[in-house]
Design a protein around this ligand. Structure first.
Ligand code: XUL
Ligand code: MN
Length: 344
């Protein structure tokens, strides 16, 4: 029997509905309510930005940051939850206006590295060894504003600084090709793995793949996952969906491309992802039209669709598929997949 999948979410996945064109439409949800909702939804992992875990971390000495993170660990414990990862949130702070690690301001770069080291402290105190590095503003809106050769070196320096904090800390890079910047540095899984391979300890650098981010890069998320899985580097996923090349939509898993979602689940199943111990995270956003009482439906639906797709993958007629492949009859294979997906 394959292991059961473990599901995770971040507090930002349950939010009051503000978007770049309008204010919140639902009351704020407290952190404790997020934890309760996670349990009710059958999730066991909580993903955290460093300041989700310790909201005032910028104003606290390092020892106090660690103390607060340890307190949070107890609160998670009380709910039967564990922290999956901590991600340094550099992109909301004034110092991170032009990126952190690749900012053109040396003071901002120093701040970014120091803050990232604190994020490692937070992760260890909250009981996890995984840091997620989403290089949000590490990139350009004006191509000539930064030197891409220098930027690769700076990203590497940041990774090495975090690795040096503790011998057991691991880093999962979560690439995204654009938004909020026009061109992000490290835009795909290939870039992330190449960078990790040049770090001071390649064994401790892997990736988190978000479906929508791969689609925004014009790539197939299941192939991106396959590439990372082949290298033993897929340490987390942010399953969601994306309707073509536009802003990062964070739609319900499978909502835009059910077959693409099936293929992602299929590659996870093929690799025994559940046995490898990684969480299945859903980086999905509630629609702004949603009323407060129903603003977790996107998470419940994503999980349900994932589980239904696991059943679809497990009942897929692999033998017939292999016959189609042996006969090089890919039209028959196409039909087999489509009929299987449509069968009740
Ligand atoms: C941004 C994104 C982030 C990261 C965590 O597009 O996906 O939420 O997953 O910082
Ligand atoms: Mn994400």
């Amino acid at each position: 029997m394959p292991a059961d999948y473990r599901f995770s979410l971040g507090p930002w996945n349950i939010h009051p509905g503000a978007d770049p064109f309008g204010p919140p439409v639902r009351p704020p949800v407290s952190f404790d309510d997020v934890l309760t909702a996670a349990v009710d939804l059958g999730f066991s992992g909580i993903q955290l930005h460093d300041d989700d875990a310790v909201p005032n971390l910028e104003n606290l000495p390092p020892a106090a940051v660690v103390r607060e993170a340890a307190e949070l660990r107890k609160r998670l414990d009380d709910h039967g939850l564990v922290a999956e990862f901590v991600a340094p949130r550099l992109w909301e702070h004034a110092h991170g206006i032009d990126g952190g690690y690749t900012s053109n301001c040396p003071k901002a770069r120093t701040w970014a590295i120091e803050r990232s080291k604190r994020a490692v402290d937070v992760a260890l105190a909250v009981g996890c060894d995984l840091i997620v590095m989403w290089p949000a503003r590490e990139g350009t809106a004006v191509r000539e504003s930064k030197n891409p050769i220098e930027a690769a070196r700076q990203m590497l320096e940041a990774i090495d600084a975090m690795l040096a904090v503790a011998p057991n800390v691991r880093i999962a890079i979560e690439p995204k090709p654009n938004e909020p910047v026009d061109h992000a540095f490290v835009p795909t899984i290939g870039h992330a793995l190449a960078l990790g391979a040049r770090s001071s300890d390649p064994a401790r650098v892997g990736v988190l793949i978000e479906s929508a981010h791969a689609i925004l890069a014009g790539l197939d998320p299941s192939d991106e996952m396959g590439f990372a899985l082949a290298a033993g580097k897929l340490w987390s996923v942010h399953l969601n969906d994306q309707n073509g090349l536009k802003f990062d939509q964070d739609k319900v898993f499978g909502a835009a491309n059910l077959r693409g979602a099936f293929d992602q689940v299929r590659v996870l199943e093929a690799a025994g992802y559940a046995d490898l111990g990684g969480f299945v995270g859903f980086d999905v956003k509630a629609q702004r039209t949603q009323r407060a009482g129903a603003a977790t439906a996107h998470l419940a639906t994503s999980k349900r669709i994932f589980q239904m797709l696991v059943a679809k993958v497990r009942s897929f007629p692999e033998r017939t598929a292999n016959e189609c492949i042996a006969n090089r009859d890919y039209e028959a294979l196409e039909r087999l997949v489509l009929e299987h997906l449509l069968a009740g």
